[in-house]
Write a protein that binds this ligand. Structure first.
Ligand code: ZN
Ligand code: ZN
Ligand code: ZN
Length: 243
C-alpha cells in the first residue's frame, strides 16, 4: 500500500492544482494542449461494465477511448503532450524519415517507430479494450514498458488506464511507496489505481468526483471542461508530476 489512500481528497486536489498551476506558466503549455487533445483524439464511451464491476458500483458513467486516427495525428499529439516545443519537429522527422536526432528526448524515437510499423494492430487492440484503470489492470500494452517515452506512448493510447512517469515523478512515486515503474510498470499502475479505489471508498466519492480532483480549467480559465471530466491517468500523474 502506498500513500495516496491515506491522503485526504483535499490534499490530492491541492497537489494536482499545484501541478496545473506550474504547467500553465511553463513554456510547454502542457495543460492547454492536453485539454485540446482530450477533445480531438478521444471519445467518451458509455461504461460497458456490468453491475458487479467496481467502477459501475461507484457511479462510473463512461471511459475514454482513443479515436480511430492516422499514426501522423497520434504523433503530432504525442509531441504536443510530451516533448518540449524545440524538439517536436526533430522527433517527428526522426520517426517519419529516419533523420538523425541526438537530443535529450532521443529515446522516444525507437518506440514511436515501432508503433508506426504496428499502428493498425495496436490501435485495434487498444480500441477493443473497454475497461478503465479503476476496474481492470490488465491493459493491453505490448511487451515490457521500461523507458519513460514508452510509458507516455502507452498512456496516450490508454488515457484512462495507464499512468506515465518521468525522471522527477518516478522519484516521487517511489517515495510515496509504489513500485519503481522502470522495473515493474504494471505493478506501479495497479498499485496506484488500487489506492485510488481505496481513496474513493474512504471518502465516499464516485468516479466522476475522482475525475474532478483534476480541474485545470480552474487555473486556466480559457479551458473547457471535457464532457466526461478528466481522464483518470491525468489525476494520478499530476499527484506526482511537476512541469
Ligand atoms: Zn466504468
Ligand atoms: Zn468496470
Ligand atoms: Zn472502469
Amino acid at each position: 500500500m502506498g500513500d495516496i489512500c491515506r491522503w485526504s481528497p483535499e490534499r490530492i486536489r491541492q497537489a494536482i492544482r499545484a501541478s496545473n498551476k506550474q504547467a500553465v506558466i511553463a513554456t510547454q503549455k502542457y495543460v492547454l494542449l492536453e485539454n485540446s487533445a482530450i477533445r480531438t483524439d478521444y471519445e467518451f464511451i458509455a461504461c460497458p461494465c456490468d453491475e458487479s464491476c467496481w467502477c459501475k458500483r461507484h457511479k462510473c458513467t463512461g471511459h475514454y477511448r482513443i479515436r480511430k486516427m492516422s499514426f501522423d495525428q497520434f504523433l503530432q499529439t504525442y509531441v504536443n503532450l510530451w516533448i518540449p516545443p524545440k524538439a517536436r519537429e526533430n522527433i517527428k522527422n526522426a520517426v517519419r524519415f529516419g533523420t538523425p536526432f541526438n537530443g535529450r528526448q532521443r529515446n522516444a524515437v525507437k518506440p514511436l517507430k515501432w508503433l508506426s510499423a504496428n499502428w493498425i494492430d495496436v490501435l485495434t487492440r487498444v480500441r477493443s479494450y473497454n475497461k478503465c484503470g479503476l476496474c481492470d489492470s490488465s491493459f493491453p500494452a505490448v511487451g515490457d514498458v521500461t523507458n519513460l517515452y514508452q510509458a507516455k506512448m502507452w498512456s496516450q493510447l490508454l488515457y484512462d488506464s495507464v499512468v506515465p512517469f518521468d525522471t522527477k515523478s518516478k522519484a516521487q512515486i517511489k517515495q510515496a511507496g509504489y513500485s519503481d515503474p522502470t522495473k515493474d510498470f504494471r505493478a506501479m499502475n495497479s498499485e496506484l489505481f488500487g489506492d485510488l479505489r481505496k481513496l474513493s471508498e474512504n471518502a465516499g466519492m464516485g468516479v466522476d468526483s475522482i475525475r474532478n480532483l483534476d480541474c485545470p480549467w480552474v487555473v486556466a480559465t480559457s479551458l473547457e471542461k471535457p464532457s466526461g471530466g478528466q481522464p483518470l491517468s491525468r489525476v494520478l500523474d499530476k499527484v506526482f508530476y511537476a512541469p
